[in-house]
Design a binder for this molecule. Structure first.
Ligand code: ARG
Length: 489
């Protein structure tokens, strides 16, 4: 049995088994150059007065045809070169290739999970279409569409959503997601329909474009990019990273970590597979994006134009900026599976904007993340020898003030936990008025600081899961932290 390492490690794979990794002979430019030179020469001799055996007109036609061949071959060669060698690809080859017909990981149990290899659940499809037609009366009655979809499932094992169904489904997946406090704006989600995109380099490029477009100069737009779904015959692409932008965590000789300790294993795995960190390693080095397709996993370096960050400073504590803290502007979750009417879209990265506590209280505050509280408390001159001085709480508040202040000062959308809690209650009221139940998970909804100061703390919620939804599969969660194993075996 081969180990995971052997399966993945480029050093153990034989290039002879992988014809797609071999260089193409550059025949294109030779043909193009020959055709261009020949057409030029022909025109030249004609102008010089040489009378060819055929008529002048035929010779001119021949020159023109040669010229066209030259231009066409040249253009085609350029296109092949540009798409074949992706500018952001790390390394030049796959980590490993699927040896036989690739298939998705075995079907899982649980809501929306009986899809892979087994075909779409007919009841799930029909229920979704009922919902779509009930909430979109302009689309007409549901019955004809349901009948057509059931026939399509009988024939192919799956079906294709219309663009309207896809957009509605993605928005409702957000509306149904019990962990999200920011659902008031669920109808504003912009849906990028990228279902025809299946190759790794194009997925990566569209992810970078998603980041640029969602950032939108700081006025962050909630957005989702939906790539090809799983089908019974072909597994969909997958993005391994938890979010499109995540920071590396480098294990140091003394066992401590430079950067984000959450991604220590992922980082060392990427380095083993050929990712080269910046020469000067830092606490905020953006990790490469890993896109897995039937051809294996591939790494892509994010271009600078896709990564918007905010350097952190405090409105009063001038030394805060010297800590060198920063955070990325847009949180794009990239390893959740979007399920709509029984169809599974494993690659469907989506974003909203940040609530300050996600960065200030958790990413920077957690002791197993950037663990900033003790250092800030020291710099503030607090009494850290006595828990009852509440130095942790005081320092945490200042870190969170720095986050909100810096995002605002940089014109990047962010929200505070008090405002967002109130908005969530408005959302609940609206949903109730629309006659819908709104699933919510108290442990995710209540902010990680000053919980009892927010109205969302003082009540309970309907916890029942609904579809469409986003699912955080165990294996995908593991891959995002450990950098493997591959999903498509
Ligand atoms: N908590 C995650 C982070 O700190 C982001 C999760 C999504 N958050 C959001 N506001 N849409 O990066």
């Amino acid at each position: 049995m081969t180990t995971q390492h052997e399966q993945l490690c480029p050093a153990h794979s034989d290039p002879a088994e992988k014809p797609e990794t071999r260089r193409r002979r550059p025949a294109g430019p030779v043909v193009a150059a020959f055709a261009l030179v020949a057409s030029g020469a022909l025109v030249g001799v004609l102008e010089a007065g040489w009378d060819p055996p055929t008529s002048h007109l035929t010779a001119m036609g021949l020159a023109l045809a040669l010229l066209c061949v030259g231009v066409l071959v040249g253009v085609r060669h350029l296109l092949v070169v540009q798409t074949g060698r992706h500018p952001h690809l790390v390394g030049d080859r796959w980590w490993g290739t699927a040896r036989s017909a690739p298939r998705p990981a075995p079907a899982r149990t649980g809501p929306g999970r009986g899809h892979a290899g087994t075909g779409v659940d007919r009841t799930a499809a029909a229920e979704f279409l009922e919902l779509f037609h009930a909430e979109n009366p302009q689309a007409g009655p549901a019955r004809p569409r349901i009948d057509a979809v059931l026939r399509e499932i009988d024939r192919t094992g799956t079906y294709r959503h219309t663009p309207e169904e896809l957009t509605f489904g993605a928005r409702v997946a957000w509306r149904n997601n019990a962990r999200c406090i920011g659902r008031l704006y669920w109808q504003s989600l912009q849906v990028r329909d990228l279902r025809t995109v299946t190759d790794a380099a194009s997925v990566a490029e569209h992810c970078f474009e998603h980041l640029r477009s969602a950032n939108s100069g700081g006025r962050i737009r909630p957005m989702i990019s939906v790539f090809a779904p799983d089908t019974p015959t072909r597994p969909a692409p997958r993005i391994w990273n938890e979010q499109l932008i995540r920071y590396a965590g480098y294990e140091l000789p003394d066992g401590s970590v430079l950067g984000d300790p959450r991604y220590r294993d992922f980082t060392s795995r990427m380095i083993r597979h050929g990712w080269q960190p910046p020469e000067q390693r830092g606490a905020f080095d953006v990790l490469p994006l890993v896109v897995e397709t039937v051809e294996g996993p591939r790494m892509f370096q994010l271009p600078e134009s896709a990564v918007h960050e905010v350097p952190l400073e405090h409105p009063e504590l001038s030394w805060f900026a010297d800590l060198g803290m920063r955070w990325h502007a847009v949180p794009v979750i990239s390893n959740n599976r979007l399920v709509i009417g029984g169809v599974s879209y494993p690659a469907a990265p989506f974003n909203g904007w940040y609530m300050g506590t996600e960065i200030g209280a958790r990413n920077l505050g957690d002791s197993d993340r950037y663990d900033l509280v003790p250092e800030v408390a020291e710099r503030m001159g607090l009494d850290t020898s006595d828990e009852a001085s509440l130095w942790r709480d005081q320092a945490l508040v200042e870190i969170n003030r720095a986050v909100l202040h810096s995002f605002n000062a940089n014109g990047v959308t962010i929200t505070d936990h008090h405002t967002e809690s109130r908005r969530f209650l408005t959302h609940l009221e609206r949903e109730e008025r629309a006659g819908r139940r709104c699933p919510a998970d108290w442990s995710w909804i209540v902010p990680p600081m000053s919980g009892s100061q927010t109205p969302v703390f003082h009540r309970y919620y309907d916890a029942e899961d609904r579809e469409p939804n986003f699912f955080a599969d165990d294996e995908a969660a593991r891959r995002a932290l450990q950098g493997g194993p591959p999903a498509i075996r």
